[in-house]
Write a protein that binds this ligand. Structure first.
Ligand code: GLY
Length: 585
């Protein structure tokens, strides 16, 4: 063969091998804590944390970096969050202001209190969840766009670039991802657009260690990069989403019924992510800011802290402190279950719930030596005439994700977002690579009269509790957690452990957890039940502790002296998270 042709053939062969060989994304080392200066981030995923810190290093502020991280999480944590869902962002800006963005999903206008009812009874949770009906109009893209417009320095397109790269090049499937897929296989395999991305051709989850790419999601992000948020709420992507909701794209041999939803293009186009006042309570001389309605996070954490402030808690008697934490949570949850809903639809007595007077009334009901028997009745923050409905509680599963980012200028972001259940409603929008939420099951869809009943245009009550604590106006702590309604108790437990009981932030995040939400027994992790505190709570205080799986995979940042900060992520739960700072000590 002619020498030149031989060389050309060899070059072609080399090219062919390079193209065919799977490009394995670089595997990063993840650590759950990092201390240093220049800004920091903590998320459940190392690629997201690294992308945020890289952005900070390049001059981005905390809001930019939070959007960068969130977009990456939309790729690598698609069963917990993403552009098919919604969330709440609490922002402390460098000028000292604290504000929030409400990116909660919204019910289509045609939804009614009985939309999840058939034959005079509400659907079972799973049937309500895996349907077009459960999807609210997603708020995540508008949240990112609004955050960047108001507080960022980056364009949305720039903030999405790291995520586009991860979606194209892929990420390595780990055991947590495998397990989350496995739990959904029976439904994912009904929906070809979902199965194509998340299942192998034999219908099993993608194997641990393999690389998962999502070019369709890269395409969605690319569209947003070009068109901004309108690229999501109008045009081809919105049309595909509405089609998937109204006519779930299920296979002919699907072994479940997938009920159609009622979302329209008009519902999607009308979506807004309003800026709202944060909740604020004073606690031990600090200011604790959280998310108001439609989240119940800020009000319930705030009420419980107000109750606890009347007790002195000390590490010297950890069991007593935990007894009081569980009781404060029990009574606050009774009120949350009765009075929290979308305040555009129901007159939420927020000021009453967060008042010291109401807290004193509730505190007086707590026996410092003995657990109460649940359900306890809600209190009366104002004359309330449908109190009979108060014990109904929507089912919330234990998913969602939280990220915390801070920069060198004093901007801080505490952002919790979700698609509700792990895997959302199970429907990937065909051609666009993202799962839809099932957030409308966060309504009390089993009640036709509860304040949190289903209504068109309304936002379902949430438990997400992104929190920022200031000390004399300066950032002291920012944190949050996933976990459905256990988010509230996890955030409360973290605050009590850190602020009252002398735990460091990483210790508080790692500690075994218990959650009391006005239920007969207190759910607790096995390590909590077997701990000396757990045993004393049962034997001395009469708490009925019942085992449950992992509670929360929290992240947070604590602000230290001299511009230093400690970023901390969950070390074990959900496979462990990742924390990093720009300039480590
Ligand atoms: N879907 C979980 C929450 O909003 O609390």
């Amino acid at each position: 063969m002619h020498r030149f042709r031989l060389l050309a053939l060899l070059a072609l062969l080399v090219l062919a091998v390079v193209v065919a060989a799977p490009v394995t994304p670089a595997q990063s080392t993840k650590v759950p804590t990092a201390v240093g200066t220049g800004g920091g981030a903590a998320t459940v995923d190392v690629l997201a944390t690294e992308a945020a810190v890289e952005a900070l290093r390049g001059g981005a502020n905390a809001v930019d970096a939070a959007v960068v991280a969130a977009a990456v999480l939309g790729v690598t944590e698609p069963f917990s969050c993403g552009i098919g869902g919604g969330g709440f962002m609490v922002v402390r800006t460098a000028d000292g202001t604290v504000t929030t963005i409400d990116g909660r999903e919204t019910a289509p206008q045609a939804m009614r209190p009985d939309s999840f009812w058939e034959g005079g009874a509400p659907l079972p949770f799973s049937e309500a969840r895996f349907s077009g009906l459960s999807a609210g109009v997603p708020g995540t893209v508008e949240t990112w766009a609004e955050a960047l417009r108001r507080f960022g320095t980056m364009e949305l397109g720039e903030a999405l670039q790291p995520a586009i790269e991860v979606a194209r090049e892929g990420f390595v499937v780990d055991q947590t991802f495998f397990d989350q897929t496995l739990a959904n296989v029976d439904f994912f395999d009904d929906v070809p657009s979902t199965a194509e991305i998340y299942l192998d051709p034999d219908g099993t989850p993608r194997d641990v260690g393999t690389v998962l790419r999502n070019p369709d999601l890269a395409r969605s992000y690319q569209r947003l990069a070009l068109k901004g948020a309108k690229g999501f709420y109008r045009g081809a992507l919105a049309a595909a989403m509405v089609r998937a909701v109204r006519n779930p794209p299920v296979a002919a041999d699907a072994n479940h019924v997938w009920r159609p939803g009622v979302m329209t293009m008009r519902d999607v186009k009308r979506y807004e992510a309003p800026e709202r006042e944060p909740t604020r309570v004073g606690y031990r001389g600090l200011d604790v800011y959280g998310m108001g309605p439609p989240s119940s996070g800020g009000s319930t954490v705030g009420e419980a802290l107000n109750i606890l402030e009347g007790f002195s808690l000390s590490a010297a008697d950890r069991a007593r402190a935990f007894h009081l934490y569980l009781e404060a949570s029990r009574f606050s949850f009774a009120d949350r279950n009765a009075y929290l809903a979308d305040s555009d639809y129901f007159d939420v007595p927020l000021a009453g719930l967060l008042s010291d007077g109401f807290a004193a009334e509730r505190r007086a009901l707590i026996d410092p030596t003995q657990a109460a028997t649940s359900p306890v009745a809600p209190g009366d923050p104002y004359p309330y005439d449908t109190a009979g409905e108060a014990s109904v509680t929507a089912v919330q599963s234990e998913t969602t994700t939280h990220l915390t980012v801070a920069d060198r200028w004093g901007n801080v972001v505490s952002y919790t977002f979700t698609i509700e259940s792990t895997g959302g409603n199970g429907i990937v929008v065909p051609g666009w690579g993202f799962l839809l939420n099932n957030e409308l099951t966060d309504f009390n869809f089993d009640s036709l009269t509860h304040p949190n009943r289903v209504e068109g245009g309304k936002r379902p009550r949430s438990s997400m509790s992104p929190t920022i604590v200031l000390d004399d106006g300066q950032p002291f702590l920012a944190l949050g957690s996933p976990g459905g309604s256990t988010i509230i108790t996890t955030v409360l437990q973290l605050l009590v452990d850190r602020l009252d009981l002398g735990a460091t932030l990483p210790e508080a995040i790692a500690a075994p957890r218990a959650t009391q939400r006005n239920t007969a027994s207190t759910l607790a992790e096995a390590a909590f039940i077997s701990s000396p505190v757990g045993q004393e709570l049962a034997s001395t205080y009469g708490h009925v502790l019942a085992p449950t799986g992992e509670i929360g995979a929290a992240t947070g940042i604590e602000f230290l002296d001299g511009g230093r900060m400690l970023a901390a992520a969950e070390p074990e739960r959900r496979g462990g998270g990742s924390a990093a700072v720009v300039d480590p000590d």
